[in-house]
Unconditional design. Structure first.
Length: 254
């Protein structure tokens, strides 16, 4: 796994370059993106880029179940600026009305299209990706997931009250994610720092369901963005150098 720790702006630039490289080698690439926990700067950077997506297919990674998945605060609404600025050849989303029996039909559609070439995921505060909460199995395909209480609390303001907040979501699973040729896992700032650190320490703490042992490999890239004040020092730590006054080094803090 390649790890890149820079300023938020530099991470967005690096991610854009990674996406451009995928599309340069395969313009008709199948791309899955989870807008859940994905920094808004990522979609903004893609929308503002000179990348052409007109031959690519977008697969939305997850959506709320039921009416919430079709309303003003549906996960899919986050893609509107991107798809307005950069039309795709096709855009697909999980069916918010699908039941558990038919949720995996979305995986069948992905495979029928040739599989995923790229997955872009936001790193959740507890280490979850899309709606794959702690306990999700590595063999899971697209499925109905019960949202953790802390997840619901984080989005409750969008729906008025916690009681009105969706309790379930439909999401591509860990099996689906790991089948992609390249995975970009993105986290910004202190909110995801603990989860990112647990990933780097090779522990499944804080609900990191994918774990280091399954995301290792050249096709997986962890991008962590901080403010300019600490990005350089954090990167120096990962490179195991004592720059910028980091005297303890990687071997004593990881």
């Amino acid at each position: 796994m390649k790890t890149i720790i820079r300023t938020k702006a530099d991470v967005a630039k690096e991610l854009t370059a990674q996406v451009a490289a995928v599309l340069a080698s395969k313009p008709e690439a199948n791309i899955a993106i989870s807008a859940v926990d994905l920094p808004a700067e990522v979609l903004d950077a893609l929308a503002a880029s000179d990348i052409a997506f007109d031959r690519a297919t977008l697969f939305q990674a997850c959506e709320y179940c039921g009416a919430a998945g079709k309303g003003a605060h549906a996960v899919g609404t986050a893609f509107s600026p991107l798809t307005a600025a950069k039309p795709f050849a096709a855009v697909h989303a999980p069916d918010p009305d699908a039941d558990a029996e038919h949720a995996a039909d979305y995986d069948a559609a992905i495979q029928a299209a040739g599989g995923l070439d790229l997955v872009i995921l936001g790193l959740g505060e507890r280490g979850h990706v899309a709606f794959n909460e702690p306990g999700a199995g590595f063999g899971e395909k697209t499925h109905i997931a019960k949202l953790a209480e802390v997840t619901r609390e984080a989005i409750a303001a969008d729906f008025g009250t916690l009681e009105q907040t969706p309790e379930h979501g439909i999401t591509i699973g860990i099996h689906t994610i790991l089948g992609a040729k390249k995975i970009l896992l993105v986290g910004f700032g202190a909110r995801c720092a603990k989860a990112a650190n647990a990933t780097l320490e090779q522990t499944p703490e804080h609900g990191i369901t994918i774990g280091i042992h399954t995301i290792l490999g050249a096709k997986k890239i962890l991008l962590v963005g901080f403010g300019a004040r600490c990005a350089k020092a954090a990167n120096a730590t990962l490179e195991q150098t004592p720059e910028h006054g980091i005297t303890i080094g990687i071997h004593t803090i990881l």
